[in-house]
Ligand binder design. Structure first.
Ligand SMILES: NC(=O)c1ccc[n+]([C@@H]2O[C@H](COP(=O)([O-])OP(=O)(O)OC[C@H]3O[C@@H](n4cnc5c(N)ncnc54)[C@H](O)[C@@H]3O)[C@@H](O)[C@H]2O)c1
Length: 389
């Protein structure tokens, strides 16, 4: 299979490129280094140093991997370069990770919010239009978010994209069962982009027969994969800052240092999680089961488990002996919610998921401990936290 990976320099994109290459795919990656630029702008960095794409691709070839080519293109801004690459490479599938993915970044300023919306939406529209206009019938797999449904308690299992409904007629009679797109409720500009992306994909699927899958992914945790462990130059990102470090990875760094595990608000927020290895397996599963032309966008809930943040904090505190610190939440989200979602990792693709427990987090804590001297405490906790000193 020929696969084009947009955002292939990132946390999810790079290990996906390696995995698909390992499976025998012909892989090309595209990135514009916007994430490395934001790291510099915000004075943050991956805890594990990451090589540049050319060095990464060369290291992969040296360790016996197939050729991976790298193309520096801004997917949101340079439609012609993207369309030319699509026409030349003629992918069977495109996996689209090329978006600004931090909720806090999207909410930090007007400019960052507008950049996130423009970048993410235009990246999605451009790749969909490039496939349609070049006549390349590739399956487009987009990374969305399980957070598009909001963080209120819905009281039922979130279906994969579409809700079964029956219309109530004027005399109270029930119409036939139909399926409609489940209502969205974005709580941040980042989540808004995922909603807009979905509508863009739905438009091109309906009007142009684009074959598209939207993976409503939960928070990804873990760092290494079978392929990234082969050589230090293949290392994946380990974000631990309050902008890009997601909760499990940050808790691991805090635990490794014996510092307080920082919980925002009541800690009774429930979120969906998936380990990076399982996310890769789900992507492989999605690539193996594309929708047909003319079918609606296929939606998959890419989570392995739903967990309460406070429960996760207790696991890390138990393993490390750290205290738990309850901090005022810097986010405007509900203090508590339940989340039940039909999840692909277990049901759709036969993944036997890595769940968050004492054993599974120990490896992550060890990894963080090896890099303890590189931790920036001022970035590990929100600005006003007392633990940064
Ligand atoms: N990491 C998670 O926990 C998580 C959870 C749910 C969904 N997702 C989604 O998965 C995707 C990948 O996330 P990630 O964690 O790998 O993020 P990341 O920031 O590590 O990687 C994204 C990559 O895309 C590139 N990029 C962004 N805009 C681009 C553009 N216009 N042109 C070319 N390249 C561009 C960046 O430079 C970066 O290398 C995102 O769409 C994100 O919303 C991630």
């Amino acid at each position: 299979m020929r696969v084009l990976i947009l955002g292939g320099d990132g946390y999810c994109g790079w290990p996906t490129a390696l995995r698909l290459s390992e499976r025998g795919g012909t892989v090309a990656i595209v990135d514009n280094f916007s994430r490395r630029r934001i790291d510099l702008e915000q004075d943050i960095d991956s805890l594990i140093p990451i090589a540049l794409p050319e060095e990464r691709c060369a290291a992969w070839a040296e360790t016996g991997g197939g050729p991976i080519t790298f193309h520096k293109i801004d997917v949101a801004e340079d439609f012609d370069a993207l369309a030319n690459l699509v026409a030349e490479f003629r992918p069977d599938a495109v996996v689209h990770f090329a978006e600004q993915r931090s909720v806090p970044y999207s909410m930090m300023s007007s400019a960052a919010g507008r950049y996130t919306i423009r970048n993410n939406l235009m990246a999605t529209i451009n790749i969909a239009a490039a496939l349609v206009e070049t006549g390349v019938d590739a399956h487009l797999v987009h990374l969305g978010s399980i957070g598009v449904y909001g963080y209120e308690t819905l009281g039922y299992e979130v279906p994969e994209g579409y809700l079964k409904v029956r219309r109530v007629g004027p005399k109270g009679q029930l119409g036939p069962e139909q399926e409609m797109l489940h209502p969205f409720n974005p709580v941040s500009k980042y989540h808004l982009t995922k909603v807009l992306d979905h509508l863009g994909l739905a438009y091109f699927a309906a009007k142009n027969g684009l074959r598209a899958t939207d993976l409503h992914q939960g928070t990804v945790w873990g760092v290494t994969t079978a392929e990234t462990r082969r050589d230090p130059r293949l290392a994946n990102r380990f974000d631990h800052d309050t902008i890009y470090g997601t909760v499990v990875n940050r808790f691991a760094v805090q635990a490794a240092l014996g510092k307080p595990i920082s919980v925002y608000g009541s800690g009774e927020q429930t979120r969906g999680f998936i380990h990076i290895e399982d996310a890769l397996q789900c992507i492989e599963g999605a690539l193996a089961t594309p929708p047909r032309a003319g079918e609606r966008v296929k939606v998959v809930n890419q989570i392995s488990e739903s967990r309460r943040i406070l429960d996760l904090a207790h696991i890390f505190a138990d393993v490390s002996g750290s205290q738990i610190a309850m901090l005022e939440s810097p986010r405007s989200e509900p203090e508590a919610n339940e989340l039940a979602a039909r999840n692909c990792a277990v049901f759709n693709f036969g993944v036997s998921p890595t769940l968050i427990n004492r054993e599974s987090v120990a490896e992550l804590i060890d990894l963080a401990r090896d890099r303890a001297s590189a931790v920036d405490l001022a970035k590990l906790y929100p600005n006003d936290a007392v633990f940064a000193g």
